[in-house]
Design a protein around this ligand. Structure first.
Ligand code: 48F
Length: 258
């Protein structure tokens, strides 16, 4: 029995991982924007995997605000809540509120159930960069990195990579530090995140969801970190709209290329 359990787990993981060595989209970070983007790509029949450095996917959703586990969503993003079957209650004519645990759970479930593969405990530490284009991700187990062990990573090819790493835009920041790489931003680098301004941040996170280098896209708070806009706190409509916009842009690009 013991050996059967181990064999089942090893084979299951190996099969899942092998299927994902050559992807249409690698989503880096399982926050709201990355999860929703992965859901739409998987729903469109694309091969997509999500790499999340923490044990639990869901990013900044779970704790709501200051651990009050509720978040608000504005009217424009309610169709996503309906599609994901997240329940909500009206706050005023513009806003609804929802249980943050339910939102996180539904986003994760819908993305995986639509066919996206999710690898938790896996950190994207770099990108594959060939012929002036981002062409995949370089991954390692987070435990290896946390323990500072000198262990080489593995790589996964992807036709598109989405940086959904949240505040700090960790992946794009890493790419921008590489010699000779200039991002498609006004300065060629990251503009950095601004302090809180809810309306501005919410609008900007959607507008800033775009390609930052051939093969590399940004969504959610990473988009505002790259293009220099405000944070917005526990309002999640912008994150969902950003995830959908990323999916539309990436699907369009994939279709153009094929
Ligand atoms: O920050 P996060 O939730 O992403 P988001 O879609 O949403 C932001 C909101 O949660 C909130 C907000 C809303 O108004 O401001 O903050 O921008 O999730 C980002 C995920 O990326 C993971 C990280 O653990 C988190 O779960 N992550 C960060 N760096 C890496 C990574 C990495 N190098 N590799 C893999 N995962």
């Amino acid at each position: 029995m013991e050996a059967d359990i181990s064999r089942a787990i090893l084979r299951g993981y190996a099969e899942k991982f092998e299927e994902c060595l050559d992807l249409d989209l690698a989503v880096v970070g399982a926050g709201p924007s990355g999860l929703l983007c992965a859901y739409y790509l998987a729903k469109a029949g694309r091969k997509v995997a999500i790499f999340e450095s923490k044990l639990a996917p869901g990013g900044g959703i779970w704790g709501g605000a200051m651990m009050f586990n509720e978040v608000v969503v504005q009217n424009e993003a309610i169709p996503f809540l309906d599609e994901l079957e997240v329940r909500y209650q009206r706050v005023n004519e513009n806003l609804v509120r929802t249980d943050s645990v339910e939102l996180a759970a539904c986003l994760i479930y819908r993305a995986v159930n639509a066919g996206a593969r999710l690898f938790n405990g896996v950190t994207v530490e770099d990108v594959i960069f060939r012929e002036d284009r981002v062409q995949g991700v370089v991954i390692n187990f987070t435990t290896i990195l946390l323990n500072n062990l000198h262990v080489d990573p593995l790589s996964v090819r992807a036709r598109a990579v989405l940086d959904g790493t949240g505040h700090g835009a960790e992946l794009t920041a890493r790419v921008a530090r590489k010699a000779g790489i200039k991002l498609e931003t006004p300065t060629g680098g990251l503009l950095g995140e601004k302090p809180m301004w809810v309306e501005v941040g919410e609008k900007a996170t959607v507008e800033n969801t775009k390609r930052v280098y051939p093969g590399l896209y940004v969504s959610g708070m990473a988009a505002n970190g790259v293009f220099g806009s405000a944070r917005m706190g526990p309002i999640f409509g912008g994150m969902l709209l950003s995830g959908k916009r990323a999916a539309d842009l990436i699907l369009e690009e994939l279709q153009r290329e094929s």
